[in-house]
Design a protein around this ligand. Sequence first.
Ligand SMILES: *Cc1c(COP(=O)(O)O)cnc(C)c1O
Length: 230
Amino acid sequence: MADAVFGLADRLKIVQTRVAYAALRSGRLPEDVRIITVTKYIGVAEIHALIQCGIMDIGENRVQDAWKKYQAIEDRVKWHMIGHLQRNKAHIVAKFCAMVHSVCDMAVAEALDRAAEKCGRKIDVLVQVNVSGETTKQGIHPSEVATFVKSLAMCTSLVFRGFMTMAPLSENPEASRPYFRRLRDVRDAIVPGFSPHKGGLHLSMGMSNDYEVAIEEGATMVRIGRDIVG
Ligand SMILES: *Cc1c(COP(=O)(O)O)cnc(C)c1O
């Protein structure tokens, strides 16, 4: 129904408005929360349309697909790798991604680091944390975070910027709240007194079904696909 009424630009505007209000509810400014538009469902033409609407950040979860789209779109937007990253694809990601949200394996991180160095690039990375304990979810256990972050410091072409998580699938956005809170606790244990303006650590959490709750719990980046691109 909504698809017949609203185009891409309208859908984006609605999401931006909801994000802005959620940010204000959490005592922050709309610009303190960055929308990563997840474009895994759409092709280059639609991405161009989104760029016309002013989007700045694109999220893709498959390296090969993202790399193909990058050939056409290049650096008009920032590219975020949000999906599971395999070691043998790190050299591709290193060529074009500004941020990798899904780092949770030191061997993969080291491969990405070496590849980034070869390209003469620095890559921002988020550590993916499995806060739900679901065995189907990627991410390190919260108890391993401090050690993992310390090891990451040896990767001199990677810049540690914060954490990412995915809540268990649910129809009810409120069901995600405890998991988002847990990720915020993980972050606060590493850097207490977080402020996004002082080079603090990002929280990448919240998708189409639960991004408002995520922002209320402190998300600084939300990864939104279906709600924008249909
Ligand atoms: C697809 C995807 C999203 C976006 O999900 P939507 O439900 O389409 O908003 C966010 N994060 C990751 C890791 C994804 O793979």
